[in-house]
Design a protein around this ligand. Structure first.
Ligand SMILES: CC(C)(COP(=O)(O)OP(=O)(O)OC[C@H]1O[C@@H](n2cnc3c(N)ncnc32)[C@H](O)[C@@H]1OP(=O)(O)O)[C@@H](O)C(=O)NCCC(=O)NCCS
Length: 154
């Protein structure tokens, strides 16, 4: 197995970032390389993460993904820990309910609507409305969860 390093993305990483996020089935919008940290294994992007700054000042960690053949080796955890260490609190994220447990050990906890910043509350509302419609069609219930880190200290 080759050594993996974390580094800030460059413009040359844009196609690999876009491809990995699409492969992971995550939100394909807002993938500007300038906001990204990537995991690089011998010049190949094998993991991604970014922080989006919303109009109301909320910082959202997003696009956390690791290429399937590299999962389970601590790359996702290293990306999350690095983003937390580089970003002033509070830091928010939204995820599908089946991913909620992944973020708990880092100190994220699920937020009530009252605790969500306005920008994330809007995404939460739109996302869950869409998932409700999809669940009606597919019979597979899914839910978006908004989580926060360092929210109490804000
Ligand atoms: C979620 C993801 C980023 C984790 O990356 P990773 O490099 O495999 O994670 P790590 O190696 O740091 O951590 C692995 C640990 O997390 C656990 N884990 C992975 N996905 C999890 C989930 N959805 N819920 C709970 N735990 C999870 C593993 O079981 C493993 O536990 P262990 O260390 O006790 O064995 C990766 O599985 C992935 O890219 N998934 C598809 C995209 C996605 O869903 N991203 C999250 C968007 S919110």
């Amino acid at each position: 197995m080759t050594a993996t390093i974390l580094r800030r993305a460059t413009a040359a990483d844009q196609p690999a970032i876009t491809a990995l996020i699409r492969q992971a089935g995550l939100n394909p919008l807002g993938l500007d390389w300038r906001r990204f940290i990537v995991a690089d294994a011998d010049g190949r992007v094998v993991g991604t993460g970014q922080v989006k700054l919303h109009g109301d000042g909320a910082r959202e960690m997003a696009s956390i993904a690791v290429t399937p053949g590299r999962q389970g080796a601590g790359i996702g955890g290293a990306i999350v820990a690095t983003i937390i260490s580089l970003t002033p609190a509070p830091l928010y994220l939204y995820c599908a309910d089946h991913n909620e447990r992944y973020y708990l050990p880092f100190g994220f906890h699920p937020l009530t609507r009252a605790e969500m910043p306005r920008s994330l509350c809007r995404i939460y509302w739109i996302g869950n409305t869409l998932l409700h419609v999809i669940a009606f069609v597919t019979g597979k219930p899914r839910r978006l969860v908004v989580m926060g880190y360092g929210v109490d200290a804000a």
